[in-house]
Design a protein around this ligand. Structure first.
Ligand SMILES: *[C@@H]1O[C@H](CO)[C@@H](O)[C@H](O)[C@H]1NC(C)=O
Ligand SMILES: *[C@@H]1O[C@H](CO)[C@@H](O)[C@H](O)[C@H]1NC(C)=O
Length: 627
C-alpha cells in the first residue's frame, strides 16, 4: 500500500507530463531486450496504469497498430481483452520483486523465472513402507481413446479464404480484400481451426477405430483461437455445443478437463482470491454439461473445485483425477496480481492429494488427467515443483498421466532424482495427445491399450486423417499412423511383450533418440503428424530430449538462456513472415505475442526514426495529461 500511494503521489502531485511519459514508454520499449529492460519498462507503465485502464489499452493498441504487428481488429480485440488485467497487475505488485520477474517472463518472455519459492506440500499420511504391488494376470487389454485441443470454430465458413494475416483464417472477415486465394473446404484447412463436421468425423471414428473403447479422455481446449473477438456468451455456446457433439457420437463415457481456451478472455482464470473477476461460470457450465458422464457427485466437485473432479471410470477400479492446471499457466495473467500470491491457487494441489490418498487407501490405481502438461516452458516453476512433490509421494498409485495443450504428439517423464535421469529413476510418464485442429498439422487422436489389472498403458496407437488426401474434403478417413510399441519398441533393448510402456520404457526411447538420428527425426515428424513439420537440428534435438525428460518445469531446457533465444528466434521468424503459422500454438496469438513482438520490433535495429516519431505522435493522442 505504501508503494501504491507513493506512485499516486508522484503522478498526481507532480503531474508527470504526458510527453514525458510517452517518451519514457517508447524509450523503454526500445530497450526492452533483457529482464532489466523489462523492469525498466514497467516503471512508466505503472504510471500509465494509474491513469486508468482506458489509456493503458489505447497506448498498446496504438503501438500494435502503428508497428503493424498484426491486423487492426486483432490488435484492438486482443489488447482490449487482456491489457486491463496487465494494468491491474502492474498497479498491485512491486515491479522490482519476484512477481515483477514472473510477469516479465510470462507476458514478455524477457526474464528468467525466479528460483522456486520453497513450499512443502503436506500429505495426510507418509508413503507406505510396503507399497501395494499391482500385478498383471495377462488379461487382454481394453481400449481408451484420448483426444484434445479440438478448437472447434463455429464461424468456420467453407469457401472463405484459407489465407489471411490473422491467427486463424477460413472465416468471413469484414476486412477481407481481393479474391479468395485458397477456398476453405468443408472439413478443414491448415491455417484454420476445426470446422464442426471434422469434429463429428473424429468422434465417430473413435467408435470404429476403438470398438472396445471403455471410455474416452478429452484434455480440453474446446474454443477456437480467435481470442481477439471472443466473449463469454460465445464461449458458453461453444462449450455447450461441443458437449452436445460428444454426447451424440460417443457411446461410452468421456472424462474431460478444463483447457486454457475455456475462459473469456482466453487463458485468464482469476484465482478465487482475486475479487475483480471470476471464472465460476466456466465451471458451472462444464459441471452441468459433464454430469451425464462423470455423475452428479463429481459434477458438484467440478463446480466447487475450479473444474477439477475425481471419478471411478466406468467398468473399472481406476480413479480418474481430472485437474485444472490453468492456475499454473504463465499466460494466465491473473496470476501476477499479488506479491504474496497463494502457493496452491484454488486448492488444485490439495484436491489432487486428497483424491490420491483416497485411491491409495482403497488400493486403487489412479490416472491424472489435465490440459496443460505441468512441466513445460509455459508452466510456472513454483506450482510445477509442488505438483512434482505430489507425483513423488504417490508414484506407486499413479499409473499414468494424460495431457494435451502442446498440440504436438508428445510425452514427458518425471524422475525421482532430476540430477540422475535414468530408466531406474523414471517414476511417472505423461502421455500428451496431438490436437484435432488442423492448424497444428494433420488431425489425430490416440488410442491406448490398457492392462485391466494394473491400468498401465501397454500400447499407444495414433489415428490420423491427412488433410491433403484427395478424399479429405468429402469424407475424412482416420487411419492407423503408428503404434508406439511397434516403432519405438526396437529402440529399447530387452523390452518384453508383457512390459508396459511406462516411465522406464519412455526413458529408453529418449536414449534411442540420442543414438539414432533417424528414429528421432521420425518422432519429430510424428509430432505434427507429417504436416507442418518443424525442422530440428542438433541444438534443437538436445533441448527437445531434455524437455521430454522433464515433467518438472525447473528442469526443462527452455528456461535456460538458449531457450530464451529460441523463443526470440521464433518471434523473429514471425516478424519476418507474419502469415507464417504461430509457433506457440497453444496460445494462439494473444496479447503475450503482441507485447513480445512490440519489444522485439522496437529493440531491433530495423526501425526508422520516422516510425518512432509517428509512434510518439500516436501515443500522445491517447495518453491523457496526468494532472
Ligand atoms: C534407427 O531407427 C530406425 C527407425 O526406427 C530403424 O529403422 C533403424 O533400424 C535404427 N537403426 C539402428 C542402427 O538401430
Ligand atoms: C526491416 O523491416 C521492413 C519492414 O518491416 C522490412 O521490409 C525489411 O525487409 C526489414 N529489413 C531487414 C534488414 O530486416
Amino acid at each position: 500500500m505504501i508503494a501504491r500511494s507513493l506512485w499516486l503521489y508522484a503522478f498526481v502531485l507532480f503531474g508527470v507530463a504526458r510527453a514525458g511519459l510517452v517518451d519514457d514508454i517508447v524509450t523503454a520499449l526500445t530497450q526492452a531486450t533483457s529482464c532489466g529492460g523489462c523492469k525498466a519498462l514497467l516503471v512508466p507503465l505503472k504510471g500509465l496504469a494509474y491513469l486508468g485502464d482506458g489509456p493503458f489499452v489505447s497506448t498498446f493498441t496504438a503501438v500494435c497498430k502503428t508497428l503493424k504487428l498484426t491486423d487492426d481488429d486483432v490488435c484492438e480485440g486482443a489488447i482490449a481483452q487482456h491489457a486491463p488485467i496487465i494494468a491491474h497487475n502492474i498497479r498491485e505488485i512491486s515491479i522490482f520483486g519476484d512477481m515483477g520477474s514472473k510477469l516479465c517472463d510470462g507476458v514478455f518472455g524477457l526474464c528468467q523465472p525466479p528460483a522456486v519459492n520453497k513450499y512443502k506440500v503436506s500429505f495426510p499420511k507418509a508413503a507406505p513402507s510396503k507399497p501395494k504391488v499391482f500385478t498383471s494376470t495377462g488379461k487382454p487389454p481394453f481400449q481408451v481413446s484420448h483426444f484434445s485441443d479440438v478448437h472447434v470454430d463455429r464461424q468456420y465458413a467453407p469457401g472463405s479464404d484459407g489465407v489471411c494475416n490473422k491467427p486463424i483464417c477460413c472465416r468471413k472477415y469484414a476486412d477481407k480484400k481481393g479474391p479468395v486465394s485458397q477456398p476453405a473446404g468443408p472439413f478443414g484447412h491448415f491455417n484454420c481451426d476445426t470446422p464442426v463436421p471434422l469434429a463429428n468425423s473424429m468422434l465417430s471414428a473413435i467408435q470404429t477405430r476403438a470398438p472396445n473403447n471403455k471410455f474416452s479422455i478429452f484434455t480440453g481446449d474446446v474454443v477456437e483461437a480467435a481470442v481477439w473477438s471472443l466473449n463469454r456468451k460465445e464461449v458458453i455456446e461453444d462449450l455447450q455445443s461441443f458437449n452436445g457433439q460428444m454426447a451424440a457420437h460417443l457411446k461410452t463415457p468421456v472424462y474431460p478437463a478444463i483447457g486454457n481456451h475455456e475462459a473469456a478472455p482466453a487463458n485468464n482464470f482469476p484465482r478465487s482470491t482475486t475479487s475483480e473477476s471470476s471464472a465460476q461460470w466456466v465451471f458451472d457450465v462444464q459441471g452441468s454439461g459433464w454430469a451425464q458422464w462423470i455423475g452428479q457427485k463429481a459434477a458438484d466437485q467440478a463446480v466447487h473445485t475450479s473444474g477439477s473432479y475425481s471419478v471411478i471410470a466406468a467398468g473399472t477400479n481406476l480413479r480418474i483425477i481430472s485437474i485444472n492446471t490453468v492456475y499454473w499457466y504463465k499466460q494466465n495473467y491473473w496470476l501476477y496480481d499479488d506479491d504474496n500470491a497463494p502457493s496452491d491457487p484454488n486448492g488444485i494441489i490439495a484436491f489432487t492429494v486428497r483424491e490420491l490418498q483416497a485411491a491409495e487407501d482403497a488400493g486403487q490405481r489412479a490416472w491424472i488427467v489435465g490440459h496443460m502438461p505441468p512441466g513445460r516452458q509455459d508452466t510456472l516453476n513454483d506450482q510445477s515443483n509442488y505438483f512434482d512433490q505430489v507425483i513423488q509421494r504417490y508414484k506407486n498409485t499413479i499409473a499414468a498421466q494424460f495431457y494435451g495443450h502442446d498440440h504436438g504428439d508428445q510425452f514427458a517423464i518425471a524422475y525421482s532424482d532430476y540430477s540422475k535421469r535414468s530408466a531406474a529413476t523414471a517414476v511417472s510418464v505423461a502421455h500428451i495427445a496431438p490436437a484435432l485442429t488442423p492448424r497444428s498439422g494433420n488431425p489425430a487422436f490416440k488410442v491406448y491399450d490398457v492392462d485391466p489389472d494394473t491400468y498401465e498403458v501397454m500400447d499407444v496407437k495414433v489415428y490420423m486423417s491427412q488433410v491433403q488426401n484427395p478424399n479429405f474434403q468429402k469424407n475424412p478417413s482416420w487411419d492407423l499412423y503408428y503404434s508406439a510399441r511397434s516403432v519405438y519398441g526396437p529402440l529399447v533393448p530387452g523390452l518384453k511383450a508383457s512390459d508396459p510402456l511406462g516411465p522406464a520404457f519412455w526413458h529408453g526411447v529418449t536414449q534411442g533418440f540420442e543414438r539414432n538420428e533417424t528414429a528421432f527425426q521420425m518422432w519429430n515428424t510424428f509430432q505434427s503428424r507429417g504436416a507442418k513439420v518443424h525442422a530440428c537440428d542438433a541444438e534443437c534435438k538436445k533441448i527437445t530430449i531434455c524437455n521430454l525428460r522433464a515433467l518438472r518445469a525447473e528442469d526443462n531446457c527452455e528456461d535456460s538462456k538458449p531457450g530464451l533465444q529460441v523463443r526470440r528466434r521464433a518471434l523473429q521468424e514471425q516478424l519476418d513472415n507474419p502469415t507464417a503459422p504461430v509457433r506457440d500454438e497453444c496460445e494462439g496469438g494473444g496479447l503475450g505475442h503482441i507485447f513480445a513482438k512490440a519489444a522485439l520490433r522496437l529493440s531491433s535495429d530495423n526501425f526508422s526514426n520516422d516510425l518512432l516519431e509517428e509512434l510518439k505522435e500516436r501515443l500522445k493522442e491517447v495518453v491523457p495529461e496526468a494532472a
